[in-house]
Design a protein around this ligand. Structure first.
Ligand SMILES: [Zn+2]
Length: 96
């Protein structure tokens, strides 16, 4: 019998808007910068710091912004610039 695959420990990444893991649509990661420097989009997903995820769809991004779900999750405000970056990061096929 083959040995069971070693489970890799992966942090649970769920969208702050719909609370699902995004799946094939993918998730956009936002990370809170140190020293009160605000929030940045983290396309590589490798930046350290407190992160928040939202599906890369306009529906979830708009919902998250409207509910201030990312702000709550990251405990800091999102600047207009970051909100614009977030919207710009949505692939065209996921935009409504
Ligand atoms: Zn979502």
């Amino acid at each position: 019998m083959p040995a069971p695959a070693t489970p890799k420990r992966q942090p649970v990444r769920t969208c702050v808007a719909c609370r699902t893991s995004g799946g094939k649509r993918g998730l956009l990661r936002l990370v809170r910068l140190p020293n009160g420097a605000g929030v940045a989009l983290d396309p590589t997903g490798k930046q350290s710091g407190r992160g928040g995820y939202v599906c890369a769809t306009s529906a979830c991004v708009e919902l998250a912004l409207k509910r201030k779900a990312l702000e709550r999750s990251l405990k800091t405000a999102l600047t207009e610039e970051v909100q614009a970056e977030l919207r710009a990061a949505i692939p065209p096929e996921n935009a409504v």
